[in-house]
Design a protein around this ligand. Structure first.
Ligand SMILES: [Zn+2]
Length: 400
């Protein structure tokens, strides 16, 4: 343990964090926080010419104010280029957050979430740049990446052009809780949806002439459960999870709107996750078969069945880094210097790291004090933030 060798200005690090927490920037509306980061970087001596926004917002299929913010910091010694990444956006529950210090924590006023997810990461990246520049620490070339629309579907990381990362060979993504937790892998996800078109009929006068779309959906879900595809999925050839998220009708309305009409339409939407992309697909196909079985079992008096349109597509790919991957070794070494025992974590949710890894940059995700995220109880643990900052500076400066 030799914190003495890491020249972290704790007060400045907390000031950056307070400032970034106070700038609103919910997912898709990252312009102001992007500009606040540019401002902070210029103040610490990063030249204008090193700072740019890419054009992912033109490719993201949802309104997005700005592209990812990308910053190049030339190396002061040779070495493979390192990428540091985090996301600019917060969940909508963070709108209007008023950060306030309370002992070793930063909290909101209890009416909103806080946005430590991932403003702790945003601040940490600026702290790393500031420390390298002000303390003239030797380091290889570094690129900083601040993504947009992470919270609404990992869009910024997904759509980015890998060439914009300037040949970075490994990445430290900052979007976790404890500094000791090293996220080395995450599941992939497949989304599925189904439209069921049955036939309406008076439920009291002629129920036998109707085909209930709701019944087809309900029987399909029961069948998916019976076949072992619902919830926690454990099969001889793979494991994963799945869920039915939405069971409704057209345009966010309920499926059906009167008790005396056989429901003619239902829309269902769900997901499947697994450490293996192929097994996530297999889970989705399990649902597909269940819907097709239910379709054949619900008929009108002439034997007609409902129309069932089932579709599924990958949402993000899984990944897992081996213990001997250079970025995992680098993080482990840095934690060792800090006297912290690493805990290797496999995440059951997707991260920007899933896409960065897919783009060819092996990515480890570290934590910097976010806690109780996406709730009004969200806070930042300043001790963990400080540890995360030290970890970041060490990872930027370690010999290869
Ligand atoms: Zn996050």
């Amino acid at each position: 343990m030799s914190n003495i060798s890491i020249p972290l200005d704790v007060a400045a690090a907390e000031e950056h964090l307070m400032r970034f927490l106070s700038v609103e920037g919910v997912t898709g509306q990252e312009k102001n926080i992007g500009l606040a980061v540019c401002d902070a970087l210029k103040k610490i001596g990063v030249p204008d010419s090193a700072i740019r926004f890419d054009d992912v917002n033109k490719r993201i299929p949802l309104p997005t104010e700005t592209g990812n913010l990308i910053v190049d910091i030339p190396g002061t010694r040779p070495g493979p280029r390192l990428l540091f990444s985090t996301h600019l956006d917060t969940v909508p529950l963070c709108a209007g957050a008023k950060p306030r210090r309370e002992g070793d924590r930063i909290v909101s006023d209890g009416t909103t979430a806080l946005g430590g997810d991932a403003r702790t990461g945003v601040a940490l990246l600026v702290v790393v740049a500031e420390t390298l520049i002000k303390q003239k620490l030797p380091h290889p070339p570094i690129t900083l990446l601040f993504t947009v629309r992470e919270e609404s579907g990992l869009h910024g990381a997904r759509e980015l052009n890998p060439a914009d990362l300037n040949g970075a060979v490994m990445c430290i993504n900052v979007d976790g809780q404890s500094a000791s937790d090293l996220i080395v892998g995450a599941v992939g996800q497949e989304n599925w949806e189904v439209e069921i078109t049955g036939r309406a009929s008076h439920a009291g006068v002629a129920p036998e002439k109707g085909i209930s779309a709701t019944l087809v959906g309900a029987m399909a879900l029961a069948e998916a459960k019976r076949s072992g595809w619902f919830g926690k999925v454990v099969k001889p050839d793979g494991r994963g999870t799945s869920n039915i998220g939405i069971f409704g009708g057209k345009n966010d309305k309920p499926a059906g709107d009167a008790t005396n009409v056989v429901t003619d339409y239902a829309f269902l939407k769900g997901e499947a996750r697994s450490p293996e992309a192929a097994f996530a697909t297999k889970i989705a196909n399990g649902y597909k078969e269940a819907f097709s079985k239910a379709q054949s079992e619900v008929t009108d008096d002439k034997g007609d069945t409902a129309e069932v349109k089932f579709s599924h597509k990958p949402s993000y790919p899984p990944f897992e880094l081996g213990k001997d991957t250079p970025i995992v070794k680098r993080a482990t070494k840095a934690l060792g210097i800090l006297g912290i025992e690493p805990v290797y974590v496999f995440s059951n949710g997707g991260l920007d790291a899933n896409w960065l890894d897919k783009h060819g940059v092996p990515t480890i995700t570290i934590g910097a004090g976010q806690a109780e995220i996406h709730t009004i109880k969200e806070y930042v643990n300043l001790k963990e933030y400080e540890k995360g900052c030290r970890l970041g500076i060490l990872m930027a400066t370690l010999d290869d």
